[in-house]
Structures are given as structure tokens and as C-alpha cells.
Design a protein around this ligand. Structure first.
Ligand code: COA
Length: 383
């Protein structure tokens, strides 16, 4: 298929937020190597970095942490909406709808100033965790757990979701995954957000569109599909036959391949390590072992590397995260990058409006409806 069909290699925006070298398998946020951020930084610090284009001082980080924890509660309107969404919709549809609905009660309303958009961005980052956890508690007939202002973003999310404070290693593992997922240049959902922002539509609309784009299995949905596959395989010894059979049927192996990376996705390196560590600590290394075997077979058969979503599946599973919340957690992290991209787009905006190449029929002759036969044959293009 022509590269043009997927905008491959087309530069559609300039950004100071993140950069990828697909050949070398490198990723940077604002010039900082993802390996340094994954091992030394926190999600809160990365939120600051993406929104201010520099690392925070300690007082600045404290302020941001306080701001996020102060914005975690959701409006009465969303609290009322949530039981219906928990009954009727899938998690990503809930998130899309509730982020759109959140605009109605955002204290900054339709204010599009730089300051208002930064406040909206922080609210979106903070409240996404509460929306996901509340939704899950309600759909499993458990009482929602209120946000704990003393806990960092990742630990607080697990506390609200599972009803107990996570141990430090688990909270840190989630925090690392949020750092890894926080931004990734002009992926489909970020591009969607920037296209919407370029019309000067509002922050909530741009993020609602981004969530809709992330929902698809070729983008964010891949971590859930990867987990379903691991469960179907069930035993490391079945991995080889399963993968070969699936490839034989020309089916994709979810969590493998990437439009930009032609070598190992640097995020996968950290997630593979976390998958092993969490599995061993939980006394259940099965998911890691199946994943490792799948990776070996896909490499041998197709020469494809795992992307960020493959090992994320077993990492989240080991934390007790239900499979259908894995893509929403991607959204929870990417909220940092999406909102930063929307603000970057507003700061130097030009309407994004590409061209299309017309490949339909030419010079058609209009036939009035009463003269058209039942088959409509005379309105078909001469081929
Ligand atoms: N499993 C099996 N084969 C795969 C594959 C996978 N996960 N990913 C790519 N391929 C194969 C394709 O079948 C195609 O082979 P062909 O040339 O023989 O037809 C070739 O590799 C190119 O794939 P293509 O889908 O055109 O690449 P792309 O750049 O358009 O797509 C992805 C990139 C990510 C959409 C694609 O690799 C994919 O669908 N992966 C699975 C979903 C996933 O993990 N998404 C998360 C991305 S972070």
C-alpha cells in the first residue's frame, strides 16, 4: 500500500514535546531520554516537563502535586452520570463521554486563555483517574473510594480502583508505566487532538476526540488484545503453536510492530523488566513466561519487535487491573501528552487541513431521479 495512505513519513506538525528515532529505538521527552525518565522521574514530574518544557524545581513539583490532588474529585454532575455509564458502556466509551461531559462543569467554562487551558489540562489529568476508578467500583457493585490527597497520582489511582493502598513497588511500577505512556509524538490520538485544536475548538473537545482515536485496536486497544491473547495461550508451551497458527491465518499478533520503531521500542525494554519483576513478586511468572515465548516466536517468524502495549498487558494484569481497563490507563497517562500538544497547537496555530487526491469518476452526467431505472445503472460511472 502506498506510504501516503497512512501519512507515513509525512511531517504534519512541529513539536518541542517528544521525539523518536525509530531506527535507533530512542525516545525523548523535551530532550530527556526515556530511559532516564523511566528510572529517575515520576509521572507528576513528566506532567510538569511536558507542560512547561523544563524539569521542575522541588517547590514547583510540590505545587503541581498539590494542584493535581486538589482537582481529583469529580463534579456532582459526573457522579450522577457515572452509574448509568457503568451499567451501559465500555470503559473507553465511558471515558470519552465523561470527559466530554466534564466540560459542562469546568470552572473555566469556555475561557480559552493560556492560563485557563493549563488549569483545564491539570484537571483533566487529575480527574481521569477518579473517573476510571469510580466507574470500575460502580460496575462491580462496590462503593467508590474517595481520592486520597496524600498519595501520588499512581498510588492514589490503585487505591481508588482496588480499595487498598498499593505497596511501594507496585505503585512505582504503575508510575513508571505512566511515564512511559505519557507522550509519543504525532501518534493517531495526538494527531486527532491537534487537528481538533487547530480549528480553535476547546480543550475538552480535542481530548474527547483523542480518546475516540485511542480506543481502536490498532492504537491503544492493543494492550487489551495482547492480554486476551496471553490468556488464550494460557501455558508457555502453547505459545509457539498459537503464534504460528495465527500468523498462518494472516492475523496480526497484537502488541507487535510499529509504524516508527524498526528496532526495539525503548518503552518495551522497561515493561519487559517490570513484567518479570511483578510476576515473580506475585509468585506467578506465567504471564511473563508466555510473553517471552511469544516474543521469541514472533521475532523468529516475522522479525517484529514488541511495542509498548505487549508487556504492558502482563504488567497491568499482575497489578490486578482488569483487562478492559488497560487502554483507559494508557489514556490516563497520555492525558499529560494530549493536553500539552493541544496547548502547543494553540500557541502557534494554523488550521490543519490537508488535501486529498480525487480518484472517483469524472465528468458525470446528472440524471433526474424520475428518469433513473430501478438499478440506477445509468448513474454509474463508465469504467
Ligand atoms: N503481527 C503480524 N504481522 C504484522 C504485525 C503484527 N503485529 N504488524 C505488522 N505486521 C506485518 C503486516 O502484516 C505487514 O506484512 P505484509 O507486508 O506481509 O502485508 C507488515 O508487517 C507491515 O504492517 P503494516 O500494518 O502495514 O504496518 P503499519 O506501519 O501500517 O502498522 C501497526 C503499524 C502498529 C498498526 C501494526 O504493526 C499493527 O497492527 N500492530 C498490531 C497492533 C498494535 O500492537 N498496535 C499498537 C501500536 S503501539
Amino acid at each position: 500500500m502506498a506510504k501516503q495512505s497512512g501519512l507515513e513519513e509525512v511531517v504534519a506538525a512541529q513539536t518541542k514535546l517528544s521525539d523518536i528515532d525509530g531506527k535507533l529505538g530512542r525516545l525523548w521527552y523535551v530532550g530527556y531520554d526515556i530511559h532516564d525518565l523511566a528510572t529517575q522521574s515520576t509521572f507528576e514530574e513528566v506532567v510538569f516537563l511536558l507542560h512547561h518544557l523544563r524539569l521542575p524545581t522541588q517547590p514547583e513539583l510540590d505545587d503541581l502535586t498539590e494542584q493535581l490532588s486538589g482537582e481529583r474529585e469529580i463534579s456532582g454532575f459526573l457522579q450522577d452520570l457515572m452509574p448509568t455509564l457503568a451499567r451501559q458502556t465500555s470503559p473507553m466509551s465511558m471515558l470519552r463521554t465523561s470527559i466530554s461531559a466534564a466540560s459542562a462543569y469546568d470552572p473555566d467554562g469556555w475561557d480559552q486563555s493560556v492560563e485557563a487551558n493549563l488549569r483545564k489540562a491539570m484537571r483533566l489529568v487529575a480527574k481521569t483517574a477518579t473517573l476510571l476508578a469510580t466507574y470500575h467500583r460502580l460496575r462491580t457493585e462496590q462503593a467508590p473510594v474517595l481520592p486520597n490527597p496524600k498519595l501520588p497520582h499512581a498510588a492514589n489511582f490503585l487505591n481508588m480502583l482496588l480499595g487498598e493502598e498499593p505497596d511501594q513497588e507496585t505503585a512505582r511500577a504503575l508510575d513508571i508505566t505512566l511515564v512511559l505512556y505519557a507522550d509519543h509524538t504525532l501518534n493517531a490520538s495526538t494527531f486527532t487532538a491537534r487537528v481538533i485544536a487547530s480549528t480553535l475548538s476547546d480543550m475538552h473537545s480535542a481530548i474527547t476526540g483523542a480518546i475516540a482515536a485511542l480506543k481502536g485496536p490498532l492504537h491503544g486497544g492493543a494492550n487489551e488484545e495482547a492480554m486476551k491473547m496471553l490468556e488464550e495461550i494460557g501455558d508457555p508451551d502453547r505459545a509457539k503453536a498459537y503464534v504460528k497458527e495465527r500468523l498462518g491465518r494472516k492475523q496480526k499478533i497484537m502488541g507487535f510492530g510499529h509504524r516508527v520503531y524498526k528496532t526495539e521500542d525503548p518503552r518495551a525494554t522497561h515493561l519487559r523488566r517490570l513484567s518479570k519483576e511483578l510476576g515473580e513478586r506475585a509468585g506467578d511468572a506465567r504471564w511473563f513466561e508466555i510473553s517471552e515465548r511469544v516474543e521469541q516466536v514472533v521475532m523468529a517468524e516475522k522479525g517484529l519487535y514488541p511495542n509498548v502495549d505487549f508487556y504492558a498487558a502482563s504488567v497491568y494484569h499482575s497489578m490486578g487491573v482488569p483487562t478492559d481497563l488497560m487502554t483507559p490507563i494508557f489514556a490516563l497517562a497520555r492525558m499529560a501528552g494530549w493536553t500539552a500538544h493541544v496547548r502547543e497547537q494553540y500557541a502557534d496555530n494554523r488550521l490543519i487541513r490537508p488535501e486529498s487526491e480525487y480518484i472517483g469518476p469524472l465528468d458525470q452526467h446528472y440524471v433526474p431521479i424520475e428518469e433513473r431505472s430501478e438499478t440506477g445503472a445509468e448513474t454509474e460511472a463508465a469504467s
